[in-house]
Design a binder for this molecule. Structure first.
Ligand code: 5GP
Ligand code: MG
Length: 180
């Protein structure tokens, strides 16, 4: 593990080690295993790109039958006066009557996740819960409950383990924070 790394113009230092991440993922998986033990085949919905590493580690610790799908919120130019709106892409089969667990890398203000939950609920799933690797409680300003949070952090900007700084840093196995 390198202590200080450079991505683009900034230097970053280790904040959370791979071992600490693994313990937090284990704890959240245990809660999911207890809560979904009696549910009929829940669908894990990974939000690309940031959640790929979290979901791949989490799912290996899941003990109930499940399906996995990846989705993405993509901007497109809407015709409304509010301008760009975000569209959910990648969901090609019906989720009506299904139990959905959204898997996110990080919930910050909550804007993205709130929008995604609204889009999904319009399709009448049996339930929708959010499972996020990181949660920023000081920044969160929405009402929807974020039931599963592996780790909580302050308002610092982090990279690694799927999270990027302008596309760099996703492959790092530890979490890094800006060092100056
Ligand atoms: P929200 O809509 O909750 O404010 O923002 C969520 C999105 O902002 C995340 O999916 C992520 O793309 C980005 N984001 C928020 N905080 C961080 C951070 O500390 N590091 C990185 N790499 N992305 C972040
Ligand atoms: Mg994200």
């Amino acid at each position: 593990m390198k202590d200080i790394i450079q991505l683009h113009d900034r230097h970053f230092k280790v904040m959370i080690t791979a071992e600490e991440i693994d313990r937090a993922v284990e704890a959240v998986a245990e809660r999911l295993n207890a809560d979904y033990a009696d549910c009929d085949t829940p669908i894990f919905l990974g939000v690309l790109n940031g959640s790929f590493m979290f979901l791949s580690d989490l799912i290996k610790k899941i003990e109930f039958n499940n399906e996995i799908t990846f989705v993405k919120l993509a901007s497109y130019e809407g015709t409304s006066s509010t301008g760009a709106v975000k569209n959910l892409i990648g969901l090609n089969s019906s989720i009506e009557g299904r139990h959905i667990v959204i898997v996110e890398d990080i919930v910050d203000t909550g804007g993205s996740i709130q929008h995604m939950v609204e889009l999904l609920k319009a399709q009448n799933p049996a339930s929708v819960e959010v499972c996020t690797l990181f949660f920023k409680p000081a920044s969160y300003s929405k009402q929807i409950p974020i039931k599963y949070r592996a780790l909580e952090i302050g308002n610092e900007f982090i990279v690694g383990y799927g999270l990027d700084y302008d596309q760099l840093g996703r492959s790092l196995k530890d979490i890094y924070v800006v060092s100056e």
